[in-house]
Design a protein around this ligand. Structure first.
Ligand code: 13P
Length: 252
């Protein structure tokens, strides 16, 4: 059975003390909540990983980096390797976010390397995909999303796929206040699950958690999460306040 997950992606927000405080609040709220029906993860800046790891119970709140390098080690000034991320005690890494693809020119080939580095170091991957507004409007969006998944994930074995979570994030819905309708999201989630079934079989497809991201908030999360193929959310803006984030965590 696949897990429901609500993961925060803090992006480039909070100082270390602010992040530690936010992580503490999330962990306390998760610890005292009764009967939660999802796993909870916080995706924090690299600088925060070690400090946040010390104030959370990793069995209650997972810890994700927002990127890792596509090389093992060496002369790559400013880069952070998957081994370094794992050594902080983090257990997840977010890869392929549209902001990294768009602003930092991350290609499917680079992402394939990053996925391999993450898995080789025992990290689970939250792999993001999603179309631009132009691609939605010109009708190429299904091909775009399929290509992103095929090009960076389909070299993996079925066993490795157990460590992959997929996040569908339509770029036009990120930070815009414009959420995909629950039917639009469900259509793409079912499409992604179908691609997984064709490649890996029904069991892997059924077991893979597929998250929705893009202006998800406490008010729209219940309708999104009620859809059969939407297994939770990857949350940007609304993950920066513990109360808002918990409003989504408790939406199942
Ligand atoms: P928002 O929730 O701020 O729209 O961001 C979504 C996102 O990009 C999560 O990775």
């Amino acid at each position: 059975m696949r897990k429901n997950i609500v993961a925060g992606n803090w992006k480039m927000n909070t100082t270390v003390p602010e992040g530690v405080q936010l992580a503490k609040e999330v962990c306390e709220a998760v610890s005292s909540a009764q009967g939660l029906k999802c796993d909870v993860i916080v995706g924090v800046p690299f600088t925060h990983l070690t400090a946040v790891r010390q104030v959370i119970d990793i069995n209650k709140v997972g810890l994700a980096a927002q990127n890792c390098a596509d090389h093992t080690s060496g002369a790559y000034t400013g880069e952070v390797s998957a081994a370094m991320v794992a050594s902080t005690g983090a257990n997840y890494v977010i890869l392929g976010h549209s902001e990294r693809r768009g602003y930092y020119n991350e290609t499917p080939e680079m992402l394939k390397e990053k996925v391999d580095m993450a898995l080789a170091n025992g990290l689970k991957v939250i792999f993001c995909c999603g179309e631009s507004l132009e691609e939605r409007e010109n009708g190429s969006f299904k091909e775009v999303i399929g290509g992103e998944i095929r090009d960076s994930l389909f070299h993996l074995t079925a066993e490795q796929m157990a460590n992959i979570v997929i996040a569908y994030e339509p770029i036009w819905a990120i930070g815009t206040g414009k959420t995909a309708t629950s039917d639009q999201a469900q259509e793409i989630h079912a499409l992604i699950r179908g691609l997984l079934a064709d490649k890996y079989g029904a069991q892997v497809a059924d077991d893979t958690t597929i998250l929705y991201g893009g202006s998800c908030k406490p008010s729209n999360a219940p309708e999104l999460f009620a859809k059969p193929d939407i297994d939770g959310g990857l949350i940007g803006g609304a993950s920066l306040k513990a109360a808002d984030f918990m409003g989504i965590v408790t939406a199942f």
